[in-house]
Design a binder for this molecule. Structure first.
Ligand code: ATP
Length: 294
């Protein structure tokens, strides 16, 4: 028997850095949004723990977050070994939580494989131990993330919108960006910005949301990696109106109300950049079908 889970990627619609904490992390206010572009994670019972992937860019050992998740659950709950297969489609080190999502998928898969019936809170505790983005990836819909990003509150799922993603041909280590981040005086206080965003989400005001996209880390990443700034500028120049860097970069997304607009823009972006993805935000339909057994 094996369990297959779609490990969705994410973008940040809002990423506001509030300040540095005593443990070295930063407190953040984020609105996270699951994206259909996903890895496929398959977990089966096995004689020993193994991990295989189709990507040369991710480790096939204990430093793979998917295997880390399995080891953590096994140690806490005395579970048997598993064979994990990760079919990667999410670009690596892209600011789209690919590794975190694979780890969350393994937690969900093991819960199902061994019929554990864990509560959401227990899964979230394992997830938070692996990394700040992992708790969000368990639910992968629309959520507010606070603390260092690990405290998740689900929101009503946004009406789907469409995305053209462009990734630079290099990765950006998140820790480097946070280390270089310098607090600046902001025109809108963090709490006000979050409250405003929450109001737009309650009203399902997609256009309002797209007009309010905000990422506090953009300037830091842009000054360290000017190529990321030029991706954003070029996307705007090509005619995209709602453009934002995701997470700490280097992926930049352009958001569109309709699939037709996104498709037209995708063709233009394809001609201008080597790594371009056409996708959309996750819907209830995607979430209902994300776990399967065979
Ligand atoms: P985030 O948005 O959470 O900061 P990211 O999308 O920028 O993450 P990942 O693709 O998760 O970055 O990869 C970050 C690092 O984690 C890479 O160095 C990669 O080798 C390592 N890694 C470990 N396990 C995985 C995995 N299953 N998939 C992708 N990367 C992994």
């Amino acid at each position: 028997m094996q369990v297959r889970v779609a490990a969705f990627s994410k973008i940040n619609l809002l990423l506001d850095v509030l300040g540095k904490r005593t443990d070295g992390y930063h407190d953040v206010n984020m609105i996270m949004q699951g994206v259909r572009l996903s890895d496929q994670v398959i977990v089966a019972e096995a004689a020993t723990n193994t991990i295989t992937t189709n990507s040369p860019y991710v480790p096939n050992n204990k430093s793979n977050l998917a295997l880390k998740a399995a080891l953590l659950m096994q140690a806490a709950l005395d579970l048997p070994p598993v064979a994990i297969k990760v079919d990667k489609h999410i670009p690596v080190s892209a600011g789209m939580a690919g590794g975190s999502s694979d780890a969350a998928a393994v937690l969900l898969a093991m819960d199902r494989l061994f019929a554990l019936g864990l509560r959401r809170q227990q899964l979230e505790a394992f997830a938070a131990e692996i990394g700040s983005d992992v708790p969000f990836c368990l639910s992968a819909g629309t959520a507010v993330a606070t603390g260092r990003g690990e405290l998740i509150q689900d929101l009503s799922l946004l009406s789907p919108f469409h995305l053209v993603l462009v990734k630079a041909d290099f990765g950006v280590p998140t820790a480097r960006v946070y280390k270089a981040y310098r607090k600046k005086k902001k025109p809108v206080a963090g709490e006000d910005r979050l409250d405003y965003f929450l109001k737009l989400i309650r009203e399902d005001d997609t256009l309002g949301i797209l007009n309010s996209l905000y990422n506090d880390l953009e300037e830091t990443t842009f000054s360290m990696y000017p190529k990321v700034r030029s991706i954003k500028e070029k996307l705007k120049h090509l005619g995209a109106r709602h453009v934002l860097m995701s997470g700490s970069g280097p992926t930049v997304f352009a958001a569109f109300h309709t699939e037709a607009e996104a498709w037209q823009f995708y063709k233009k972006a394809k001609a201008a950049f080597p790594m371009v993805y056409l996708t959309s935000t996750v819907s209830r339909w995607d979430l209902d079908r994300r776990i399967g057994m065979s």
